[in-house]
Design a protein around this ligand. Structure first.
Ligand code: SF4
Length: 333
């Protein structure tokens, strides 16, 4: 089934579940579903729909408060795993489950078995994103049938068993088993590589039918130490601690703790709050180093866009003791 068909089917199903009492509705879509935004609006036209068009990269960016402020009765959020929250308006999460064909499952199983045999792996961890989650169980069963142990993953408040986010790998319980990530693109795979930099990690893309071992970790760790060193070498004194207002990224308490720590070490530290985090918002304010408490991937993937060193909350301690272990920033609820 192609993505458009899945989206249309899920929207028609949703239409049957809501009533006129839920109107007017506001809709949020991940970037990848925006090409179908007009179709969704048409199908739901009886419910006075509008589309919130700001980029939405996760359920961390749920806009129920804005929906309430604008007097919408219901918020419909497509494609992300429901975030735990007391919602301001009725909020419905619409899953976009991608069911793989039997031959795709066979390809994935065959690849995992082949790689495991070559490397003498007796146990593996298999992970995926929300969209492929329903395929994990058939893959797991096939691997077990072929005498490969599949490690047990945990369910948390933010993820189902075996599911990862770009900032959350807490489903993984086994710190030794090689990891096979089933999914497309590098966004999620990179987070696994950041967190488990001593483990073997493979990605298998069901869409492209390809696989590869990812080994970006050493370069990544060097880059992070490079950014911390830059902050040290320039003798940073004036710190901006950046906080996002997005519900699932808002870590104000953490920002306050960091400010206290920096001030204790004789630095100046101010907390800056915005929805999106762009350096242009505070470029002329005289800060020489930034600590990002918003989406961790801004620090790791987009630090290059910032003129001044952009550090994660877990890297602040390295400023005062470079021998401390580098911890990867993950959002926990
Ligand atoms: S905080 Fe960033 S990585 Fe985490 S769910 Fe939100 S957008 Fe994704």
């Amino acid at each position: 089934m192609i993505l458009k068909d899945i989206v249309i089917k899920q929207t028609i199903d949703l239409k049957k579940k809501i009533s006129k009492k839920d109107a007017p509705i506001a809709i949020q879509l991940p970037e990848g579903l925006k090409p179908f935004g007009k179709d969704i609006l048409k199908i739901l036209k009886d419910f006075d729909p509008v589309l919130f068009i700001d980029p939405c990269y996760g359920a961390c960016d749920i806009k129920d408060d804005l929906a309430k402020q604008l007097k919408f009765k219901t918020l419909i959020h497509f494609g992300h795993y429901p975030i735990k929250k007391k919602f301001s308006v009725k909020s419905i999460f619409v899953p976009i489950d991608y069911y793989l064909e039997k031959e795709d499952i066979d390809f994935i199983v065959k690849k995992i078995l082949e790689i495991s045999k070559t490397n003498n792996y007796k146990k593996v961890t298999i992970l995926t994103t929300i969209q492929y989650l329903k395929n994990l169980e058939p893959i797991r069963k096939e691997l077990i049938k072929n005498k490969l142990t599949v490690t047990e993953c945990r369910k948390t408040d933010r993820v189902e068993k075996g599911m990862i986010l770009g900032c959350d790998c807490s489903t993984v319980t086994d710190k030794d088993a090689p990891i096979f990530f089933i999914g497309d693109g590098v966004f999620h795979a990179n987070n696994i590589a950041y967190v488990f930099f001593e483990q073997k990690i493979y990605t298998i893309s069901p869409l492209n039918r390809d696989y590869k071992e990812i080994a970006i970790s050493l370069a990544f760790i060097k880059r992070r130490y490079g950014v911390v060193s830059r902050a040290l070498l320039q003798n940073s004194q004036n710190f901006a601690i950046l906080v996002s207002t997005k519900y699932g990224q808002k870590r104000l308490k953490l920002a306050k703790e960091i400010a206290k720590k920096l001030i204790k070490h004789g630095k100046s530290a101010e907390i800056l709050i915005s929805d999106y985090i762009y350096e242009s918002y505070f470029i002329g304010m005289g800060f020489d180093c930034y600590i990002n408490t918003g989406c961790p991937r801004l620090t790791y993937d987009d630090y290059i866009r910032f003129d001044k060193p952009l550090l994660s909350p877990t890297e602040v301690d390295l400023l005062f003791d470079i021998n401390k272990k580098l911890e990867i920033d993950q959002i926990k609820q």
